[in-house]
Design a protein around this ligand. Sequence first.
Ligand code: PGA
Length: 249
Amino acid sequence: MRQKIIAGNWKMNLDLDQGKELLIKIIDSDLNSNCVTIVAPPYIHLNSFKMLLSHTNIALAAQNCHQQDSGAYTGEISVEMLKSVGVEYVILGHSERREYFQEDSIAISFKVKNVINHGLRPIYCCGETLAERQEGEHFITIETQIKQGLFHLNEMELLNCVIAYEPVWAIGTGETASPEQAQEIHKFIRNTIAKEYGGMVANNISILYGGSVKPANAKELFTCPDIDGGLIGGAALDADNFKALTDSF
Ligand code: PGA
């Protein structure tokens, strides 16, 4: 079902004590309950966060997972393991994973399927680079990422996914896509899904925008008809900003 969502991607920031301190401030900040709120801290925080979040509406996400259930994959974490510490969502295909860890949409599609098979929800990221936008290739890039990463799913499985459009040139740069640029791509993503799965599926998927979202620009982005919320990096590391973002709908 299409929902308003604010998801904080903490990336590789904050040790466990610092993370708990931020989480407690977020819990105490009386978040707007009209949207789903999600925090995605580093793996090592997840188990203690499960306890801290047990009497709240805040959901827990992981920033990655492995596509196999168990085995000799040194350094990796399986979806079952994530599930055992209360994780409900898994961010997949973030541009930093694509760039620094050579993950492509086909490889990510296996992770997507594994997350779905275990009853968790992927937050599947897509987005073009600056060069791709300048060359006018952004639509084909997004279409390919969506098709390769998600179109192996059936309707019910796809409805369990959240999509995040994150133009690479806007991530951590202070540069935000204009509401018109973001809306154009969000509508394009929805149309791409509608062509394959029909309008009902397309209209029931939450599509988040990500890339330098902050309280000052959130409202105008979130009022666009096809933008259902945000995947937030830097601004999610401050409890006041995070609360203000949930108040931006
Ligand atoms: P940013 O990161 O808000 O710091 O630009 C967004 C993201 O990478 O998800």
